[in-house]
Design a protein around this ligand. Structure first.
Ligand SMILES: [Zn+2]
Length: 84
């Protein structure tokens, strides 16, 4: 279980009961939410492009897909890391 703020790494005091805290305060939670929104939007964009190129094969798609797929995987991993 995380004992430090996911954003700034500051040690957290966990409550004895109830939901455990992930962030030290509102500022870090907001920051995390903004980062998640950015990654989710980027991921949706890349996934949309991949789907389009796969649905309509083209020379350009064939050249671009090998670049898009690692990008999508990287974003998906980043998202998984942040959401835990
Ligand atoms: Zn923090």
């Amino acid at each position: 279980m995380p004992e430090n703020c996911r954003v700034c790494g500051k040690p957290l005091e966990q409550p004895e009961t109830g939901r455990k805290r992930l962030y030290c305060g509102v500022a870090c939670r907001r920051k995390q939410e903004a980062a998640l929104d950015r990654i989710r939007a980027a991921l949706a964009h890349v996934e949309g492009m991949i789907a389009r190129y796969q649905a309509h094969p083209s020379a350009w798609g064939a050249r671009t897909l090998p670049l898009l797929e690692p990008k999508r995987d990287r974003l998906a991993r980043e998202l998984a890391r942040l959401t835990g």
